[in-house]
Design a protein around this ligand. Structure first.
Ligand SMILES: *Cc1c(COP(=O)(O)O)cnc(C)c1O
Length: 411
């Protein structure tokens, strides 16, 4: 592992920051060696899961794997959404149907818990805004690990339910995500437990790369010109781009990476998009996030600086959208593509629309939108904006009396 600030090298262990400068640690690889082990042919013959890219993940071939079936979600050619947004070539990478817990977090948790087993840990946990809690609880259950999950106490009911059902010990903390995260750091240090996004974070974050590998493979081993990605802690957007670079470094794609990366946030918690728009190197932490998009509501994102830098360096941009625009984005995605994404998906669609309308993303180039979570977990966000179903007796007469409904279809 290597410090992203000073470059100091560390042997693999459950540590996430450099002892000299507190810089985050990142896993490094020997790409020349990987080049000799994989090819497009070899990868295509492997089972369709994220683990086909194991050489690019920090888990050795003889180590146990938690979450064997994670990944390989559809890359959907989204022609109807493209029409609605006024663009020509659009895809949705649909992690709303990831296995086992319907979000992109299944990827990062699979790697982190595999590493926890390798380190001999028997208790794991996380600080979470919801999706991570679901995935840690489910995958830890399948691996027979003891689990502690700490969440802000005001989290969506569905996300708490979808954690507790797996037998995890769920603790609601009266505070923000950032405060919960700090407590987890103390617990991890004191008890030696594996907190996937704290002391296992360098390994965890690598799992995000598989979303990038899959996009490239599904496009026929080439890259899109533009990727729009939601940002919470800011890791995913950077790891998708890292994946693209690794594919080039190992000869799996033919041309150097020129993809522009765009970050999406909610206006009620927009530290990274704000830093990009204000041309500030370091984000200003948001003390009290206030948005329906709770899964992205991290006020002081661990990878904020790196995400803002990446967006600038690739020639992309970042934007944020209001809660109303998020709901509109969720409905637009559902009504054009039949994909019910969660609030983060609505954020991504709404930000894409804003960037296209502002001329930041050209209308005639290839765009991939990353939809990272499932709308069934955030039903409250859209419930009030949908028309309640009409109730009738089961007779043709009553059906035909529903004013306007039939006429609307027949014209
Ligand atoms: C965690 C999460 C993200 C973003 O992840 P980061 O790597 O922290 O930026 C995006 N979408 C959803 C639904 C998430 O749960």
């Amino acid at each position: 592992m290597k410090c992203r600030v000073c470059g100091k090298l560390y042997p693999e262990s459950a540590i996430n920051f450099c002892v000299d400068d507190f810089g985050p640690l990142e896993v490094t690889y020997d790409y020349e060696a990987i080049k000799g082990q994989v090819s497009r042919d070899i990868l295509e013959r492997r089972p369709a899961t994220m683990w086909k890219f194991q050489e690019f993940l920090p888990i050795g071939p003889d180590q146990p794997i938690v979450g064997r079936n994670v990944g390989a979600t559809p890359l959907v050619k989204a022609d109807r959404l493209a029409d609605a947004l006024g663009v020509e070539k659009l895809w949705v990478k649909n992690d709303a149907v990831n296995f086992p817990t319907l979000s992109f977090k299944d990827r990062v948790v699979s790697v982190a818990l595999s590493k926890a087993l390798e380190f001999g840990m028997t208790t794991v946990g996380c600080a979470s805004t919801g999706n991570l809690a679901n995935s840690v609880a489910a995958q830890a259950a399948s691996a027979g690990l003891e689990t502690f999950i700490l969440v802000p106490a005001d989290l969506e009911r569905t996300k708490i339910l979808g954690t507790a059902v797996y037998g995890a010990k769920v603790i609601g903390c009266l505070g923000t995500y950032d405060e919960v995260n700090r407590l987890c750091t103390q617990i991890a240090l004191k008890y030696g437990w594996g907190f996937v996004n704290v002391n296992l974070r360098p390994f965890y974050a690598e799992g995000s790369k598989t979303m990038g590998f899959e996009i490239a493979q599904d496009l026929g081993w080439r890259l899109p010109q533009h990727v729009v990605c939601p940002m919470a802690g800011g890791a995913l957007i950077g790891k998708i781009h890292k994946a693209f670079n690794e594919l080039y470094a190992t000869g799996l794609i033919d041309t150097p990476v020129t993809t522009k990366m765009y970050g999406a946030q909610a206006t009620g918690c927009n530290p990274i998009s704000d830093a990009v728009k204000q041309n500030r190197e370091k984000h200003k932490p948001i003390r009290k996030p206030n948005t329906i998009c709770k899964s992205l509501a991290i006020g002081d994102p661990a990878d904020g600086i790196f995400a803002a830098k990446l967006v600038r360096e690739t020639g992309g941009w970042a934007e944020d959208v209001t809660d109303d625009e998020i709901v509109d984005g969720m409905k637009l995605l559902a009504q054009t593509e039949g994909i019910f994404g969660e609030t983060a998906g609505g954020t991504t669609v709404a930000v894409a629309r804003k960037l296209i309308e502002a001329g930041r993303i050209p209308r005639n180039e290839e765009i991939v939108l990353c939809v990272t979570g499932n709308g069934l977990k955030t039903q409250d966000a859209v419930f009030d904006s949908l028309t309640a179903p009409a109730t009738i007796k089961p007779t043709l007469a009553e059906f035909e009396q529903l004013s306007g409904l039939i006429e609307a279809v027949l014209v």
